[in-house]
Design a protein around this ligand. Structure first.
Ligand code: ADP
Ligand code: ADP
Length: 227
């Protein structure tokens, strides 16, 4: 089953002679449980693509279907709710809320929607992420690797259709990077969590099931690495 379908997606920034075609008629699909890496040179359109997949920007044309929902056909309120429930976002610089504890940061997407937190699910995630004795800490009391584990928890709490990660290890040393990658892969393999990572790092891309290369806003390659 395709959990993600991207159809003829384009994004143009600016107007007239200032126009930049950041993404040009991009189409691909991702199956449930797949781990896909998106690679490409700086300025090729990777972040633009991730923002469009994450429902945080609006395409110039084309569609993004996540679990069969055409996300840009939703109104703003519906999209905000859909995003919190079905799209887990992980950033290079964590984007945690500094005045909230670890537990509050992780459960925030549920609380914003007045959804009940599934305590067994929460405890399992916290256990796997090794955060059990950090729940009442504030983000600035944690290392970078620990903060990224909190943001993984926040991305997973609603059991989303897809996880989108933008250079998730870009701010970490090699040992913490490896740890974060093994955790993301564990959720991918053990819980069939669909995972899409943007990366510059060849060592990360080579761990994916499939690598999509973007060049000049177009897909240059779309290769299965492992079946
Ligand atoms: P990447 O993530 O691969 O580095 P981006 O998606 O950030 O690429 O950028 C793709 C192209 O779109 C670049 O030419 C960039 O300068 C341009 N671009 C990105 N964001 C904007 C914006 N908000 N306004 C104008 N141009 C932009
Ligand atoms: P059920 O559909 O019976 O609830 P699941 O296979 O969805 O079973 O989940 C079984 C257990 O795995 C649950 O306790 C849940 O906490 C955990 N789980 C499910 N999905 C995820 C996920 N994406 N990340 C972490 N844990 C998960």
């Amino acid at each position: 089953m395709n959990i993600l379908e991207v159809q003829n997606l384009s994004k143009v920034y600016g107007k007239d002679e200032m126009e930049v075609r950041a993404l040009d008629d991009v189409s691909f699909t991702v199956k449930k449980g797949e781990f896909v890496c998106i690679v490409g040179p700086s300025g090729s359109g990777k972040s633009t693509l991730l923002h469009l997949l994450g429902g945080v920007d609006v395409p110039t044309s084309g569609q993004v279907l996540i679990d069969q929902t055409d996300i840009y056909a939703l109104d703003e309120t519906q999209l905000a709710i859909f995003r919190r429930r079905q799209i887990g976002l992980i950033y290079q610089f964590y984007n945690l809320i500094p005045i909230l504890t670890v537990e509050e940061n992780i459960t925030l997407p549920m609380l914003l929607d007045e959804q009940k937190v599934d305590i067994a699910h929460l405890e399992r995630i916290i256990g796997i992420l090794g955060l059990s004795n950090r729940l009442t800490h504030l983000p600035n009391q944690l290392s970078g690797g620990q903060q990224q584990r909190v943001s993984i928890g926040r991305a997973l709490i609603s059991n989303p259709a897809i996880i989108l990660a933008d250079e998730p290890t870009g701010n970490l040393d090699s040992q913490n990077s490896e740890e974060i990658m093994s955790l993301l892969k564990l959720f991918n393999k053990k819980f069939n969590q669909t995972l899409i990572i943007i990366t510059h790092d060849e060592r990360i891309a080579l761990q994916a099931d499939r690598i999509i290369s973007i060049e000049d806003g177009k897909i240059a390659k779309n290769e299965v690495v492992r079946a």
